[in-house]
Design a protein around this ligand. Structure first.
Ligand code: ADP
Ligand code: MG
Length: 321
């Protein structure tokens, strides 16, 4: 199979269903129809084998994750995902690998009505770059800037499981074999919080998606918004597997510093809090208030209502004051 057959067989398989796609895969460029009174929100993320996913990750998971990390960025802006482009570098043409990879890509695309409109295919060490575009009503999008002292800090889902999976894969922690699959699923198949992003768009004062860990990504909100924050460690949402199998200190460290969660972190003013919580009621995604923004320009943490210092540098420890 040659490059053009490969593109036709694997990447052109998705029917064009969106009316705003004038011309899809097959020409020099794709043509999309701009939507009146909307912004187009654009993001690009690259996944390199062995860096962004372990080398033995299943092709389907790689396909899913490549799309998911981009949709997660769009979710953090409150955008409705619309179109993706896929630049892929493959070591060899392995048809069964490509079949599974495409399953992962297209399952997520179909779920969110996202069209693959183009890309590039080259040979070399495995690497995947996706550019995703989405829409928001003009003037209405979320950003990292906008958090104000007094705003409440929220996070979706549960934190730290993906980092726990990575530690397990790297042989750093032992996990009961009953739980390995469920925990690996959280690393391999992150759920981009697209619907939450759209739902909070008109209520939240700032938002970011968690790719590098809570402390690090909250730091981006604080820097962009020129504020600080306090995290209530007792409130951090931890999975049942995490709570039942990992020492509390280690679990909190994973939740604070572990990457790859792809949950949304966002802030909301006291005035918008009830509106936001009401709007979220029709979604099934868990949302937890984990702290509050303040004017300090630093990130602090409390446990049992007492200040506690943490090592924000990384995974290893946090020490009680
Ligand atoms: P060009 O030489 O003009 O860049 P290509 O031969 O690279 O065109 O690609 C032909 C068509 O196939 C284009 O429409 C391109 O967008 C699409 N395409 C190539 N690789 C991919 C891919 N990995 N995923 C989706 N579309 C692709
Ligand atoms: Mg090309």
């Amino acid at each position: 199979m040659k490059e053009f057959e490969l593109i036709k067989h694997f990447f052109s398989q998705q029917k064009v269903k969106r009316k705003d796609v004038v011309l899809g895969i097959g020409d020099d460029c794709a043509v999309i129809a701009p939507v009146n009174n909307h912004h187009i929100v654009v993001t690009t993320d690259t996944l390199v084998a062995g860096v962004h996913f372990p080398l033995n990750t299943s092709p389907k998971a790689i396909g899913h994750k490549s799309v998911a990390v981009n949709l997660s960025d769009l979710a953090a802006m409150g955008a409705n995902p619309s179109w993706i482009s896929l630049a892929i570098t493959l070591p060899v043409i392995d048809e069964s690998w490509l079949t599974e990879f495409c399953q992962g890509v297209f399952e997520l695309c179909e779920f969110y009505n996202v069209q693959l409109i183009g890309g590039d295919t080259t040979q070399g060490p495995l690497s995947i770059t996706i550019t995703a575009q989405g829409l928001t009503p003009a003037g209405s999008y979320l950003s990292r800037a906008g958090a104000k002292p007094g705003d409440w800090l929220y996070v979706t889902g549960e934190l730290g499981d993906a980092a726990l999976a990575l530690q397990h894969i790297n042989g750093e922690v032992e996990l009961n074999s009953n739980f390995v699959e469920a925990i690996k699923e959280r690393l391999d198949y992150p759920a981009p919080r697209v619907l939450v992003g759209q739902t909070i768009r008109d209520y939240a004062s700032s938002a970011i998606d968690l790719s590098d860990g809570l402390i690090s990504d909250l730091g981006h909100i604080c820097q962009a918004s020129n504020v600080g924050a306090n995290i209530v460690l007792d409130a951090l949402p931890l999975s049942k597997i995490m709570r039942d199998n990992i020492l509390t200190d280690d679990a909190i460290n994973l939740a604070l510093s572990g990457g790859d969660d792809y949950e949304l972190l966002f802030t909301v003013s006291e005035d918008n809090k009830v509106g936001l919580e009401t709007a979220l009621l029709h979604l099934t995604t868990q949302v937890t208030c984990i702290g509050q923004i303040n004017a300090s320009k630093t990130i602090s943490t409390t446990l049992n209502n007492k200040p506690i210092s943490i090592n924000t540098a990384g995974f290893e420890h946090f020490t009680r004051k």
